[in-house]
Design a protein. Structure first.
Lengths: 270, 274
């Protein structure tokens, strides 16, 4: 219980810090609304070209776009917690390692807190506006109470998977002095595979079945599709199962790797 | 009298160019100190940019065409915008990072030196690592040209050149505008990102696919169509109006506006006693 308390205080501090950037959040929300609007227009233009080939309903696509914009800041893999990264880069990590706290758990909690606070700040004005837009650009209500609850559940699980994956990029920083190039390649690959560029249903069938098995589909694509009822029944349960599997796997692998890295740590910055 | 003045101007320009090229070589040399990480970054950026094309590719493989444009045609449009943006970030990187320069007090030092502030800002932050993006744009370009059925004439080649130059200048101007606004406020600048990053992302499709309203907004309010849609129509042979190819020159207006805002901002900054 005492252990939980200290992680909770890390969470609270980081969360409050994130809430301070209000003005940036407002102009950021404005930017995102325009962005989402353009995306919807582009999707609609493609749909006009060949309505039969369009794999989702219009309202499902629009919901996908808006929800993605709203929670985008929480799920992007290339955004690592600046604080954490700096502490690795300038050697402050040496102090962290001396504390009686698991470094992995602390980073995990901090990253999650940072992301939730940014996402809360951004998503509320964005979703509010999205609900008020004229059709067909309006965010439609969820497909039902059960899909909505599952949506919220998988959203948090997806955040867990994303952050567990993020942990690997932090640990990578332990091993290489300058990991930016590798990180970029890594995260761009993940961005694409997780449906952040285009929703996975738009990929050709063979590619899609393969991608749905990877952990990335469980990050973001899954909850968004559950919301609009695009994914239901057996395939939905399979998706959730996969998500849980990857969450546990990535957490365990990450912790093991972290322990190995701690033994090997090279402290920079003298 | 006049000849003395004029030679003064040309030596000034020559000097400034020499200083600017010096900045570029310094940037290159310092990047080469950490060779491995430099090449990794360039490769990384190259691959990041590829994501965009993959998305477009998959959409086209499913739908075949959009509003009458084929994949090759869209790729050409996409690569021009990418190239514009990559060059603009490379050359105008100083403007993009301007808020950092001001915050760290570097700008005050810049103002003390006997050279144009703009030259120093642009030169000191010349982003050689953007070469990755430029390379990727070139590859896309080559592919787009090979795949799209453009009947190349001198006029069309010139149009393409004007699109590139005009587009790059337009993006640099928007970076400049954002930098100028940091003289007045440090927060809320993010809205300007729509003009640059937003345009890069959504300008990958010819603007008319977004509908008539968007076309009008992008002509009369923010002149993106001058560097993308109109010259593109001539390039793709969809219109005979060759003068569309000259539209990119219209960005000169924006440059003047940005210049004015910047000068106003600089005066405001200096009189505020920083």
């Amino acid at each position: 219980m005492r252990a939980c308390k200290k992680y909770f205080s890390f969470f609270r501090l980081r969360f409050n810090m994130g809430l301070q950037y209000r003005m940036a959040a407002v102009s950021g929300a404005f930017t995102q609304i325009l962005w989402g609007f353009m995306e919807c227009l582009a999707f609609l233009a493609f749909r006009q070209a060949d309505p039969a080939a369009y794999p989702m309903t219009v309202s499902a696509t629009v919901s996908y776009v808006w929800l993605r914009e709203a929670f985008f800041s929480a799920f992007r893999t290339w955004q690592t917690d600046g604080e954490v990264f700096d502490s690795i880069m300038d050697g402050g990590i040496a102090y962290e390692l001396c504390r009686p706290v698991s470094v992995y758990n602390m980073w995990f909690v901090k990253t999650v807190a940072g992301r939730i606070s940014v996402a809360t700040l951004r998503s509320i004005p964005l979703l509010a506006v999205a609900c008020l837009l004229p059709k067909p650009f309006r965010l439609s209500p969820p497909a039902g109470p059960v899909p909505f609850m599952l949506f919220v559940l998988t959203l948090f699980l997806g955040l867990g998977v994303t952050v567990a994956f993020c942990m690997f990029t932090y640990i990578l920083a332990f091993f290489t002095i300058s990991p930016q190039g590798l990180r970029m390649m890594f995260t761009s690959m993940v961005d694409f595979l997780s449906g952040a560029i285009i929703p996975l249903p738009f990929m050709p069938d063979g590619v899609r079945t393969f991608l749905e098995l990877l952990p990335f589909a469980g990050m973001f694509n899954l909850p968004l599709r559950i919301y609009s009822g695009d994914l239901t029944g057996a395939s939905m349960l399979r998706g959730i199962g996969l998500q849980c599997f990857w969450l546990v796997t990535l957490l365990l692998a990450g912790k093991a790797l972290c322990r190995a890295a701690e033994h090997k740590v090279v402290v920079q910055g003298g | 009298m006049i000849t003395a003045e004029r030679s003064g101007m040309t030596t000034k320009i020559k000097n400034s160019s020499r200083v600017y090229f010096h900045y570029i070589t310094i940037s290159l040399r310092s990047a080469m100190q950490y060779r491995v990480s430099f090449f990794l970054m360039v490769t990384g950026r190259f691959l990041v940019a590829f994501n965009g094309i993959l998305g477009v590719y998959f959409m086209f493989s499913r739908f075949g065409h959009v509003k009458g444009y084929t994949f090759g045609e869209v790729l050409l449009c996409f690569s021009v915008i990418q190239m514009d943006f990559a060059l603009a970030e490379c050359i105008g990187g100083g403007f993009a990072m301007f808020s950092g320069i001001v915050r760290q007090g570097e700008f005050d030092r810049i103002l003390l030196r006997p050279r144009s502030a703009v030259l120093q800002v642009l030169g000191s932050k010349f982003r050689i690592d953007r070469i990755g993006l430029i390379l990727q744009a070139l590859v896309m370009f080559a592919y787009g040209i090979a795949v799209s059925p453009v009947a190349w004439t001198t006029g069309r080649v010139m149009t393409l050149l004007f699109m590139l130059v005009g587009g790059t200048i337009l993006f640099i101007s928007f970076f400049w505008l954002r930098a100028a606004f940091t003289f007045f406020t440090l927060e809320g600048i993010e809205a300007f990102n729509i003009l640059t990053y937003g345009a890069k992302e959504h300008g990958k499709y010819p603007i008319d696919i977004y509908g008539k309203k968007m076309l009008q907004i992008c002509t009369y309010i923010i002149p993106y169509t001058l560097i993308q849609y109109y010259p593109l129509q001539y390039l793709l042979g969809r219109t005979d109006r060759w003068y569309y190819g000259l539209y990119p020159f219209g960005v000169a207006g924006i440059v003047l506006v940005c210049c004015a805002v910047w000068s106003f901002g600089m005066r405001h900054y200096q009189s505020a006693g920083s």
